[in-house]
Design a protein around this ligand. Structure first.
Ligand SMILES: NC(=O)c1ccc[n+]([C@@H]2O[C@H](COP(=O)([O-])OP(=O)(O)OC[C@H]3O[C@@H](n4cnc5c(N)ncnc54)[C@H](OP(=O)(O)O)[C@@H]3O)[C@@H](O)[C@H]2O)c1
Length: 269
């Protein structure tokens, strides 16, 4: 398990969560590397302490410098659009491309960074709402589970919609809240960042997938006990523990099955 301080690569670093992840990781004493598409935007939005590396997750050839030497990777990507900006291209294939870039390094120096992936509450919903975004998020989770890397997958509720008296963090499993609205759960962006960064060094967070919401009560001083009661995802399973089995692999698009085969083959090599 990784120890302090880490070199943490943040992918999605200029986003509403990524910026807080960068700040939290720096505050925890880590060295932070931020993947940015636009260096000027990165310099404007991120602290000078963060090293900026220019890259685009839809262009695999731009990712090698970013992943080289990273001890941990936090992914908080968000997509807006179609084509190269679609959920499939960014939220899904972006994760695939990062794993591929890592695998090409791993054959050189054995790099196996710890991964914290942010997806969403309701990731197991089968619906076309949000342009199939949730389904592509879930497929990105499957790639991470198949990668053989030590991971934590955090599925947050609706950002910053919790009330001032709702600070008690609750980690859920099974993803049964799937109305598609804030009633499913709400959580502060700063707490999402805190949990993602803590997961990088918490032994109890390894191999765990959970929904993150905040309910009435006080903020926890220590996240360790919250991680500790979670069940681990079953070894070799594409889905998280207690997820509904409502995305059978044999009904998945061929390109998705091909990606999974490639990731699994690399993990087994
Ligand atoms: N809003 C909610 O209540 C809620 C709840 C649960 C989950 N979520 C999920 O959270 C995500 C949004 O998080 P957020 O608010 O942090 O997103 P955001 O502010 O839109 O940031 C998205 C980040 O992804 C980066 N990005 C996009 N395309 C990229 C590419 N091709 N290569 C590299 N980086 C790329 C953006 O970089 P640029 O700055 O270069 O664009 C930006 O840093 C969404 O996927 C959403 O489904 C949202």
């Amino acid at each position: 398990m990784a120890t302090h301080p880490l070199t943490v690569l943040v992918i999605g670093a200029t986003g509403s969560i990524g910026r807080l992840v960068v700040a939290e990781a720096i505050a925890r004493g880590h060295t932070v590397r931020a993947l940015v598409r636009d260096r000027a935007k990165g310099a404007q939005r991120l602290p000078a302490d963060a090293e900026l590396v220019v890259g685009d997750v839809t262009r695999p050839e731009t990712l090698h410098e970013a992943v080289a030497g990273a001890d941990a990777i936090v992914l908080t990507l968000g997509s807006f659009g179609t084509g190269a900006s679609s959920p499939e291209a960014v939220d899904y294939a972006g994760v695939r491309n990062v794993l591929t870039a890592l695998a090409s390094l791993a054959s050189l120096d054995g790099a196996r960074p710890r991964v914290a992936l942010m997806t969403s509450i309701g990731a197991t919903t089968r619906s076309s709402s949000y342009g199939h975004l949730l389904e592509w998020k879930r497929r990105s989770e499957r790639l991470v589970r198949a990668s053989g890397l030590t991971y934590t997958i955090v599925r947050p509720g609706w950002f910053d919609m919790n009330g001032p008296d709702e600070q008690r963090l609750v980690f859920l499993q099974g993803d049964r809240r799937r109305s598609g609205g804030p009633a499913d759960g709400r959580v502060a962006r700063s707490d999402i960042a805190r949990v993602l960064v803590a997961a990088l060094t918490a032994p109890e967070a390894a191999g765990r997938t959970f929904e993150l919401v905040a309910e009435q009560g006080a903020a926890p001083s220590d996240l360790g006990p919250l991680f500790a009661v979670l069940d681990q995802d079953p070894t070799g399973s594409l889905d998280a523990v207690r997820d509904e089995a409502n995305m059978p692999l044999d009904t998945e698009p061929q390109r998705v099955r091909d990606d999974l085969d490639a990731v699994r083959a690399r993990a087994a090599a």
